[in-house]
Design a protein around this ligand. Structure first.
Ligand SMILES: [Zn+2]
Ligand SMILES: [Zn+2]
Ligand SMILES: [Zn+2]
Length: 938
C-alpha cells in the first residue's frame, strides 16, 4: 500500500545508477582519462613531492594478456594509486622485454626454417622487431583496459638504442671489475641448427642407442692386486660410443665396493653388486674373484680407487691416459658401476671432472663432426665424420682390438631439439660467464638482499639460497635477436679482443645507431684507434656473433630505465612480480646491479603466487579452465576483475574461475548498492563542509558508529602499505555488510522521516557523509572505475575538489585515535546487545509472542552487565531503540547479557511505520511536528 505521506518524506534520490553496466561504461571512462591525461594530472598534482617508484618488470612481448598479467598489472596499479593518494609522486613506466628466443622462433615459423636460415642477421632482426612492436601494442590495449594508469605512450622497450648501449655499459662495469670471463661449458647443442639450446628448448623423446661394455687397460696397480700387474683392466659402460675419443676419466661411486673378476687370464674391475649379473651377460662362465695376499676377496671402494690410471681407449698409442674419479650420481642398477666420462659432453661429467681437475677435451665441431687430426682433441680414426655416423664404426674398431665386451641396443629417453626435432648432443663450447666468486659477487649480493624488505618476508630465504647455490652465470647465447656480446676476434692470430677502449666505442655505436650496426658495420669504421689486436697488433678484427642472455636485457632496466629516465630514481622503491622471478628478473637485476654498483636495485620486493583455477590446477586450453581477462572486462567489467584480485591472498597461488568471479560480482553489487544508498540522502542536499556537524555535537549513536568507522579506516590504512590487499577487501566488505544490516538500516528512519534540516537528521547525514567519503577513498585504488563514476555525484568537499577519483587524497579520520578509541567499547557493547535482541526477536516471532513481521512492532527488556550498563546507558532509551529498530528499549543492570522481546506499546504511525503513541492527527509526535512544519501544499 502506498504511503500517503511519501511527499513529506526525504526519500532517497540519486543519479548514480543501481545497474553498473561496467562492460559498457568503463571504456567510455577510459577514453575520458586518456583524453584528459589523468595520469599526467596525477603526476602534476604531486609534483615536487617525494617519489615512490614501482619499477615495472617487463613482460615478454608475446601474445595477448593472460590472467597472470592482469594480476600483476592490477596489483601494481593498486599500489601506485594508494601511494599517490598518500601524496607521493608515483611515476610508473611500463616496459616490455622485446628480445629473445620466442619472438625469433615465431619469425622462423612464419618464414619456414629453410628461408629463415638463408636470411642475413640484420633482416631477421628487422622482422623480429616488427613482431615485437605488434605484440607490445596488443598487450598495451589489454593493460590499459584494466584501468592501469601509466606512461603508456612512453613505455620502455628493450630494443631501443639507449637500452642497447646500457646493456654494454653494465657489461663494461662488471668486466672492469674482473668478473666476466670466457670459459668452456657443456651445453645442449643442435648440430643441425648450429646453436646451443636452453633446457626449455629441449624435448625428450624415445631413441634407440647402442649401449656398449668396454674394457680399458690399467696402467697403475691398486694395492693388493700386485699379483695381477700387466693384466689389469677396468670395465665400463656407455650409451654414447662417439664420446670415447674425448674420454679422460672413469667415474665410480665413492662408497660402492669394487672387486676384480678373474677371467681368461685378465683381472677386470667392476662393482661387486653387479658381478653376477654382468658375468652372466658377458658369458664369463668360470670366473673367480681376485684375492689379496691373505686369501680374502680383494675389494676397494670408489674413494679408495680414485686416482688410478688407465690407457685412453682410442689414443693409448700416443701415451694418453685417463683417471679414476668418483661421484654420487653413479648407480649400481645398470652397467658395471663404472662410467666412462668425457667432461666436455655432459653436465654431470663436467661437474665431476671439475672437482678432480680433469681437462675438457672437445673433438666435435659446430656441425657435430669430429675435428680432423691424429691426436687427442680430434676424431683420430674418424676425423671429419659425423658423430652418429661414427658410432657403429667406433664399436667395430673396439671389437677388432678385443676391448669390446658386449654391444646391445637400448631404448631410452633422449633430448631432441624443439625446432628441428632431431637428437641433440652435449658439447662444451666457449661461452661468456659472470663469475659469482672471483670479485665477491655472491657475497656482496647476499649482503645486499639482507637490506631489502621482502613481502612476504620468507621470500628472502628463497632468493638467498638461490644466490648461495648459483653457478657462474652463462650470459652468452648463439642467436640473432638480442644484444651482441661486445667481443671481437683477431682474424690474424685468433685472439679475443675486448678492452675499455673497444667497449667505449661499442657503447657509442649502440647509442647512436643501435645494436643492429654490430651486424652491418665494419669494426674499423667505429672502433677507430681501438681497432687493434693487443696480442699481434693486427687491425683486422671481426665482431663475434654471440648475443647476451635475454635476462641480462631485462636485468639492466635499473639503469636503462630507473637511472636514465629523469622522472624515476635508483634504487627503485619496489619491484613486484611472480615468485618465479626470484630465479629470473629479481635475480638478474640483483646480479647486474650489485655487479656494477655494489648495491641492490630495489628497496623492497613483493612476490606473488600464480593464478590457478578454482580447484588449484594450472590454467590450460586443454583443461578448458582458462579465464581470459579481456573477456572478463567485456562481460563483467574491469572493476570486477580488480575486486577479485583484491579479494585473494596474492602471497600464495590464487584461484580464479567463473564461480569465483560470480561471487565477486555479488560482492561488487553489494558495495555498489551501499554507496548508492548513502548517496541517496546526500547527493545535491548535503555538503559536509557546510552542513556537517562537529563530532562533539553528534547523537551518541552516531558518535560510536563514527568511532568504529575510524577504526575500520585505520585498519585499511595499515593493510595497504603492507600490500595485503585481501585484508583491505575483507575489512571493507565486512564493514559494508555490517553497515547495511546495522547502522544504515537503523538511521534510515531519521534520514527519511526526520525533519529535513533537523539537527538529528543532520547528525545522521554527517556520519553518512563520512562513511561514503571513507569508502570512496579507501576503495579507489581497487575500484578505479566505480569510484571515478561516483565522483560525478558527490558533493565537492567529499571529493577533495577533484573531478577524477585517481586524484583524491588519502582520507583523514575526523577524530584522532585517542578520541575515537574511547567510544569503541560502547560500539562493541551495542553490537553484542543488538545480536541478543535479534536472537530473541526471532524466538518471539516463532513462539507467537510477537505477531507483526517487523522489529518496529516490538519493544525490548535488555539486561546487561555493569560495564555495559554504563556504556549503553550513554546512548539513551531512544538511541538504543533506534539501533535495534524497535519502539522502546528498557535497560537493566544485571549479571549477564539477556534480552526479552515483547509486542510494542502504541500503534503503527502511518508515516514512519514506527509503533508510537499517536496524536490527534493520527501521527506520532515526531512525524506530526515534521508535517506541520512543512509549508502548505507539500
Ligand atoms: Zn635443431
Ligand atoms: Zn692478433
Ligand atoms: Zn511517525
Amino acid at each position: 500500500m502506498a504511503n500517503q505521506y511519501k511527499k513529506t518524506m526525504n526519500l532517497p534520490k540519486t543519479r548514480f545508477s543501481m545497474r553498473a553496466g561496467l562492460a559498457q561504461h568503463e571504456p567510455e571512462r577510459l577514453k575520458d582519462w586518456d583524453e584528459n591525461d589523468v595520469y599526467g594530472q596525477l603526476m602534476k598534482k604531486n609534483e615536487g613531492h617525494e617519489k615512490f617508484v614501482l619499477h615495472d618488470g617487463p613482460p615478454y612481448a608475446n601474445g595477448p594478456i593472460h590472467l597472470g598479467h592482469a594480476q600483476n598489472k592490477i596489483s601494481k596499479d593498486i599500489i601506485n594509486r594508494y601511494w599517490s593518494m598518500r601524496g607521493y609522486q608515483t611515476p610508473y613506466v611500463p616496459g616490455w622485454d622485446c628480445h629473445g628466443q620466442p619472438i625469433e622462433h615465431k619469425v622462423e615459423e612464419m618464414l619456414g626454417t629453410a628461408k629463415f636460415n638463408q636470411l642475413p642477421t640484420e633482416k631477421i632482426r628487422e622482422l623480429c622487431r616488427k613482431m615485437a612492436v605488434e605484440q607490445v601494442d596488443t598487450q598495451r590495449q589489454g593493460f590499459k583496459r584494466l584501468g592501469v594508469l601509466a606512461e603508456w605512450d612512453n613505455p620502455y622497450l628493450t630494443y631501443v638504442h639507449d637500452y642497447d648501449a646500457t646493456d654494454v655499459e653494465i657489461f663494461k662495469a662488471i668486466f672492469d671489475k674482473g668478473a666476466i670471463y670466457r670459459g668452456r661449458k657443456p651445453v645442449h647443442w643442435c648440430p643441425h641448427c648450429h646453436t646451443a639450446l636452453a633446457e626449455a628448448e629441449i624435448e625428450y623423446g624415445d631413441e634407440v642407442s647402442p649401449a656398449i661394455f668396454v674394457r680399458f687397460e690399467m696402467t697403475t696397480v691398486p694395492a693388493g692386486l700386485e699379483a695381477y700387474e700387466g693384466r689389469l683392466w677396468v670395465d665400463i659402460w656407455t650409451t654414447t660410443p662417439w664420446t670415447l675419443p674425448a674420454d679422460d676419466a672413469v667415474i665410480l661411486h665413492p662408497e660402492a665396493d669394487y672387486v676384480a673378476v678373474l677371467v681368461d687370464g685378465r683381472a677386470e674391475i667392476m662393482a661387486r653388486a653387479l658381478v653376477e649379473k654382468d658375468c652372466a651377460k658377458f658369458g664369463y662362465e668360470s670366473y673367480k674373484l681376485a684375492t689379496d695376499a691373505d686369501g680374502n676377496v680383494w675389494s676397494m671402494t670408489g674413494t679408495e680407487l680414485a686416482h688410478n690410471k688407465y690407457k685412453q681407449p682410442i689414443f693409448a698409442d700416443q701415451g694418453e691416459e685417463g683417471e679414476f674419479i668418483y661421484a654420487d650420481y653413479v648407480t649400481l642398477d645398470d652397467g658395471t658401476g663404472i662410467v666412462h666420462t668425457a667432461p666436455g659432453h655432459g653436465v654431470d661429467d663436467y661437474n665431476a671432472g671439475m672437482r678432480f681437475n680433469i681437462p675438457i677435451i672437445m673433438p666435435v665441431d659446430d656441425n657435430g663432426c669430429f675435428y680432423k687430426g691424429d691426436g687427442i682433441g680430434t676424431g683420430g680414426p674418424w676425423s671429419g665424420m659425423d658423430v652418429n655416423e661414427a658410432n657403429p664404426k667406433i664399436i667395430e674398431w673396439l671389437d677388432e682390438r678385443g676391448t669390446l665386451i658386449l654391444h646391445e641396443d637400448i631404448n631410452h629417453s633422449y633430448p631432441h631439439c624443439w625446432r628441428c626435432k632431431r637428437p641433440v648432443i652435449f658439447r662444451a663450447t666457449s661461452q661468456w660467464f659472470v663469475s659469482m666468486d672471483k670479485t665477491g659477487l655472491r657475497k656482496d649480493a647476499l649482503e645486499e638482499i639482507s637490506k631489502v624488505k621482502f613481502y612476504p618476508t620468507h621470500a628472502v630465504k628463497r632468493i638467498g639460497s638461490m644466490v648461495e647455490g648459483r653457478p657462474d652465470w652463462c650470459i652468452s647465447r648463439q642467436r640473432n635477436w638480442g644484444v651482441p656480446i661486445p667481443a671481437f676476434t683477431c682474424q690474424d692470430c685468433g685472439e679475443v679482443v675486448m678492452n675499455d677502449a673497444t667497449l667505449d666505442k661499442v657503447i657509442e655505436l649502440f647509442r647512436e645507431k643501435g645494436s643492429d650496426a654490430w651486424f652491418t658495420d665494419d669494426p674499423k669504421d667505429y672502433l677507430g684507434d681501438a681497432c687493434v689486436c693487443e696480442k699481434c697488433g693486427s687491425h683486422n678484427l671481426k665482431a663475434n656473433k654471440d648475443i647476451l642472455d635475454v635476462w641480462w636485457d631485462s636485468g639492466v632496466s635499473h639503469t636503462a630505465v630507473c637511472k636514465h629516465r629523469d622522472n624515476l630514481k635508483f634504487p627503485a622503491d619496489v619491484y613486484l612480480e611472480g615468485s618465479d622471478q626470484h630465479r629470473g628478473w629479481f635475480m638478474s637485476s640483483l646480479m647486474t646491479s650489485v655487479g656494477a654498483y655494489d648495491m641492490a636495485p630495489y628497496k623492497a620486493v613483493i612476490s606473488q603466487g600464480f593464478t590457478l583455477d578454482g580447484q588449484g590446477r594450472k590454467m590450460s586450453k586443454s583443461l578448458g579452465n582458462v579465464i581470459d581477462p579481456n573477456k572478463v572486462c567485456d562481460n563483467q567489467g574491469a572493476d570486477v576483475l580488480r575486486l577479485w584480485l583484491s579479494s585473494v591472498d596474492t602471497s600464495v597461488d590464487v584461484p580464479c574461475d567463473d564461480t569465483i568471479l560470480s561471487h565477486v560480482g555479488d560482492a561488487y553489487r553489494k558495495i555498489r548498492n551501499t554507496l548508492r544508498f548513502l548517496l541517496g540522502e546526500l547527493e545535491g542536499q548535503f555538503d559536509p563542509s557546510v552542513d556537517g556537524l562537529p563530532f562533539e555535537e553528534l547523537e551518541e549513536f552516531d558518535k560510536v558508529t563514527l568511532a568504529h568507522m575510524c577504526e575500520v579506516h585505520d585498519q585499511v590504512s595499515k593493510a595497504y602499505p603492507e600490500y595485503r590487499f585481501n585484508v583491505v577487501y575483507r575489512t571493507l566488505y565486512d564493514y559494508v555488510t555490517e553497515l547495511s544490516n546495522g547502522y544504515l538500516n537503523a538511521t534510515k528512519d531519521r534520514t527519511y522521516c526526520g525533519g529535513k534540516g533537523s539537527r538529528e537528521r543532520l547528525s545522521a547525514q554527517t556520519v553518512w557523509a563520512h562513511i561514503l567519503t571513507m569508502l570512496v577513498h579507501d576503495l579507489q585504488p581497487i575500484l578505479a572505475y566505480t569510484t571515478d563514476e561516483i565522483m560525478e555525484f558527490l558533493p565537492e568537499s567529499m571529493r577533495d575538489g577533484q573531478k577524477y577519483a585517481a586524484l583524491l587524497d588519502w582520507y583523514e579520520n575526523p577524530v584522532s585515535s585517542e578520541v575515537y578509541a574511547k567510544y569503541l567499547p560502547a560500539y562493541k557493547a551495542l553490537v553484542d546487545a543488538r545480536a541478543a535482541f535479534t536472537k530473541s526477536y526471532e524466538e518471539a516471532t516463532t513462539n507467537g509472542t510477537v505477531t507483526e513481521k517487523t522489529t518496529q512492532a516490538t519493544r525490548a527488556e535488555l539486561t546487561v552487565g555493569p560495564d555495559e550498563y554504563a556504556l549503553l546507558g550513554s546512548l539513551g532509551r531512544d538511541g538504543l531503540a533506534e539501533a535495534f529498530v524497535c519502539s522502546d528499549v528498557c535497560l537493566h543492570e544485571g549479571d549477564e547479557l539477556s534480552c526479552e522481546v515483547l509486542p510494542a506499546n502504541g500503534e503503527k504511525c502511518p508515516r514512519c511505520w514506527n509503533w508510537r503513541e499517536l496524536g490527534e492527527d493520527g501521527l506520532c509526535e515526531r512525524c506530526s511536528a515534521v508535517v506541520s512544519a512543512l509549508p502548505a501544499g507539500e
